[in-house]
Structures are given as C-alpha cells and as structure tokens.
Design a protein around this ligand. Structure first.
Ligand SMILES: CC(=O)SCCNC(=O)CCNC(=O)[C@H](O)C(C)(C)COP(=O)(O)OP(=O)(O)OC[C@H]1O[C@@H](n2cnc3c(N)ncnc32)[C@H](O)[C@@H]1OP(=O)(O)O
Ligand SMILES: N[C@@H](CCO)C(=O)O
Length: 463
C-alpha cells in the first residue's frame, strides 16, 4: 500500500476563504474534552450553520487511525452516538484492528466529535467570543447536516478524495444516512446505518423531552447558567435523565436476566457511605443527595437494579454536561432526512410523517447496497424503522442482531457486528483488500489487544 503523508502542522489548509488548522491547541477549560485521549482539534475559521447563524473559529475534535492510500479513497467515516466522542477506540474497540471490521491497516479511519457535544467540538462549553465566557444555553442549535458539512471540510483538509463507507449507530446512524445526501454525488461509496431511523418520530422526541424536563426542573439548572463543571451540574436532573435514557437503551428482558430481584451488595455500603465524603469516582455514592434526599438519610438501595441505575447516573454526571445533553437531544429531534428535500404534503394515513414516496425519493439518492442493521429488542429505534429504511434505500440489505440488550446492542454485540460489517465491507470495497495491508501496532503495541475503555466495558453479573 502506498500512503499519503498528511501535513497536520503549519499554517493550515485554505479553501474558498476558509482556513482550517488541523492541529489546533486543545481547550484547557473543558474538563470533558481532556477525558478523550489522542484526539486532535481542527479549527475552522468560519462556519455558517443551517440556521443561518455564523460561528467563528469553530473547533472540531477528531481522531484518525491508519493511513490514506495514494488514491485517497480508503476512508471509513465513523459517526458516534449521543454521548460518544471521537475516540471510537473507546466505544468500538473490539471492532478495530488488523483483520477486524474496522481494519486500520487497510483503511484510513476518521471519527469526529459532533457540534454540541462536550468532548471538544464547539458546544455550550466553548467560549463565546462576544462575552469571553462559555456560551452555555445560548449556544445556537446545530443539526446533523451541520455536522456533516463541517466534518467534510476536515476531510478535505486531510486530502481525502472519497469515502469508502460511513458507519454509525443511533444518532450516528442518522448522520450516516445524511452523509451521502450532504456531500457531492459519488463522494460516499456506501453506508452502514445501525439502530437508527430516517426521521426521529414522536416516541423518540417524547423520551428526549421527558429527559430534558428532568434537567429543566432541577433548581440548580438556573436556566442553563450553572457552573459548567461536573460538580456544578444540575445533578439530580441530569442523573435522572440518564437513568430514564438507560431504560430506553436496554430491554426489560436484559434487566430481568441481569438483575432480577437480586439484592444489592451495595446497600450496606451505601448506608455506611452516609458518614463518608462521597468519592467522585466510587460505586459507594448514590445519587441520594443529588436527587433531593439529604446526605445523612439516603434511601435504602435494596436491589441490584437500583444500585446499577444510580451508578450509571453517577458515572454519567462525571462525564457529560447538561446543556450539551439538551442540545444533542434536540439535534436528534430535528432529524428528518426528507426535511427541505421534498415538498411536504399532508399524508392522511400517517399525519405529519414523511410518506413512503417521500422517503423513496430522498433515500433513492443514497448509493446502492447499504447495509442496515437492526437490534431485535430495540424499543427506542424500533426494528420496523430499520425495515422501512431497508425498503426505501436502493438494493439495501437488512441484518437484525438477535440480542437481548436492546438499543445498546450496537455498542455491546461486538462479535456479530464485527462479522457482519467485515463481510459487508469486503464485498463492497474489494479494492481495499488487494495486496498487503499496512502494519500498525494497536495502541497497546499488541495487535490482538482490546483497548480498555476510559468509561468501562460492559460487565455482567459482577454484583
Ligand atoms: C470521553 C468519552 O470517550 S465518552 C465515550 C464513551 N461512551 C460512549 O461512547 C457512549 C456509549 N457507551 C455507552 O453507552 C456504554 O458505555 C456502553 C453501552 C458501551 C456500555 O455500558 P456500560 O455502562 O459500560 O456497561 P454496563 O451497563 O454493563 O455497566 C457496567 C458498569 O456498571 C457497574 N455495575 C454493574 N452492575 C451494578 C450494580 N448492580 N450496581 C452498581 N453498579 C453496577 C459495573 O461495575 C460497571 O462499572 P464501570 O463502568 O465503572 O466499570
Ligand atoms: N448508550 C448510547 C446510546 C445512545 O444511542 C449513548 O449513551 O450514546
């Protein structure tokens, strides 16, 4: 494989009056950004959002693996989900590596953090140049189409000519669908949308609204002007929002299978914890103080399911920002691949939903042979939504993961996903597999190692 050397330092890349610095200095005042290892920050001199609002000096956090080939077309774009970051190795490590689905010895893999996320791209945590303070709740709404347009600028600056495939789940799947629609024809060769939908329906919007109301209802939210640090968060609101979200990401079956009526080994510990300062990173702390009870009288944690939920909330409070959460859930609400692309007519049978004809007309422009992946037990992005996609995308194939894990199956069913994606990529990008791949060590130096996630791999039956 002959590779292109990418010059990522120096004065930057210029196009149509834009200057893009690929190796900008990371922000020092965003604690969440510093949690993501080895990412780079590009700075785009100016960017006009779909809303018409312009932002100056827009940071975009991105990670890459592997090398661009001489034809500049061996590119896999990965799109992260709602609370993910550019570090795909953190959430899809088992799919990445030599001979795996996301083979960085053959592909140049690119993943960028979406606008509005706390992990390095422009967001409510970014300094508003007009005030010198973080934007907070005044950060303007961004759309999935904005994400693709700004990420395409980074790919241009990196010298990418075309993209072999775009892959992503959930909100990342929404972006996956938008990539070929927001870029020139033939720029994207193929897509793999996973556990996603052509538009965010009433069910998804309603779950998002319920979670946002938890945050808005927390007195410490202060209209979004809280101290933007993990400790200054509207903890009760954001923690409850994450617990609700977790229930939509899993399934009743998986909770029963995992926890049943098992009692919590933590209940005693939680009681003892009343006399201890709550460690920032411990299973001992419950959300009791954050959820309204006093620290001296936490409610009993009788069941493993309870302590699991509280632990998930605590874990989330250490790694995510409430304004960003509101921003991103609204971004998902706005997703509709037909918006602005077809004349909107009333459909009497399915009021206010895009009709099959409209979906066909928009999705018909996506390159053929997409692989659509569904999770059998997904209650948030229901399998019928992926069936609809597969029926409207030209010559698409639908694979359903037989998993008890619900929506999060796309972040947990590594073995099947690896096989399905690998087989598909080999079929649609045969030229990438010709000859010898590059040899890149895994980040640990051992090509067979699975990298440990900063936030933990799934662990079952530990309690
Ligand atoms: C900075 C960044 O890069 S953020 C990017 C990382 N995050 C993302 O990409 C978002 C997507 N990821 C996710 O949503 C999740 O991490 C998933 C779906 C991948 C996996 O979820 P996890 O929370 O890791 O798995 P799981 O549901 O099994 O929970 C495991 C945790 O619960 C704890 N736990 C399990 N049972 C119990 C219980 N009964 N009581 C208390 N705690 C429990 C485990 O000890 C483990 O803790 P740890 O994460 O500190 O090791
Ligand atoms: N668990 C995923 C699900 C969202 O699709 C996340 O937190 O990003």
């Amino acid at each position: 494989m002959t590779n292109i050397q990418i010059e990522e330092s120096g004065g930057g890349y210029c196009e149509k009056g834009l200057v893009i610095h690929l190796n900008h200095v990371p922000s020092t005042n965003n604690v969440y950004e510093s949690m993501v290892k080895n990412q780079k920050i590009a700075l785009v001199s100016s960017f006009t959002l779909q809303s018409g609002i312009s932002l100056e000096n827009v940071p975009v956090a991105y990670s890459t693996w592997g090398a661009l080939n001489s034809r500049r077309d061996n590119v896999l774009v990965l799109c992260h989900a709602l609370t993910g970051s550019s570090d795909a190795q953190d959430w899809w490590a088992p799919l990445m590596g030599a001979e795996k689905a996301l083979d960085y010895c053959r592909y140049f893999i690119f993943c960028a953090n979406v606008l509005g996320s706390p992990y390095g791209s422009a967001s409510p945590l970014t300094t508003d140049p007009s005030t010198g303070s973080p934007y907070g709740p005044t950060f303007p709404a961004t759309t999935i189409r904005d994400d693709i347009r700004i990420q395409k600028l980074i790919l241009d600056a990196l010298g990418v000519r075309s993209v072999a495939a775009v892959i992503g789940g959930s909100m990342g799947g929404m972006a996956t669908l938008e990539w070929p629609l927001c870029t020139p024809a033939s720029y994207v060769n193929n897509i793999i949308p996973i556990a996603t939908s052509a538009y965010h329906g009433a069910w998804g919007i309603s779950w998002g609204e319920t979670q946002r109301q938890c945050i808005h209802g927390d007195a410490s939210f202060l209209g979004g002007w809280y101290d933007p640090s993990p400790d200054g968060q509207p903890r009760s609101g954001l923690g409850t929002a994450r617990m609700i979200a977790m229930l939509t990401y899993r399934s009743g079956g998986s909770f029963e299978h995992r926890f049943g009526r098992k009692s919590s080994a933590r209940s005693e510990v939680a009681e003892q914890a009343t006399s201890l300062p709550t460690p920032p990173c411990s299973h001992r702390g419950s959300l009791s103080s954050g959820l309204g009870a006093t620290v001296n009288a936490p409610p009993a944690i009788d069941f493993a399911a309870q302590s699991y939920m509280q632990y998930q909330a605590e874990k989330f409070l250490r790694r995510f920002d409430a304004n960003c959460y509101i921003h991103l859930t609204k971004k998902m609400d706005a997703h509709d691949i037909t918006a602005g692309r077809v004349a909107h007519q009333r459909n009497d049978e399915l009021p206010h939903l895009p009709s099959i004809t409209q979906l066909n007309s928009v999705l018909g422009a996506v390159p053929p042979k997409a692989l659509v992946v569904s999770v059998e037990t997904d209650i948030l992005f229901r399998p019928e939504q992926q069936l609809e996609l597969a029926e409207c995308l030209p010559d698409a194939r639908l694979v359903t993961l037989d998993s008890l894990d619900g929506h999060d199956g796309f972040l947990l069913e590594f073995e099947t996903l690896n096989e399905v994606i690998k087989e598909h990529l080999r079929e649609i990008c045969p030229w990438i597999y010709e000859g010898q791949g590059n040899s890149f060590p895994s980040p640990s130096g051992n090509p067979h190692d699975v990298v440990n996630s900063v936030f933990g791999e799934a662990e079952v039956d530990q309690f």
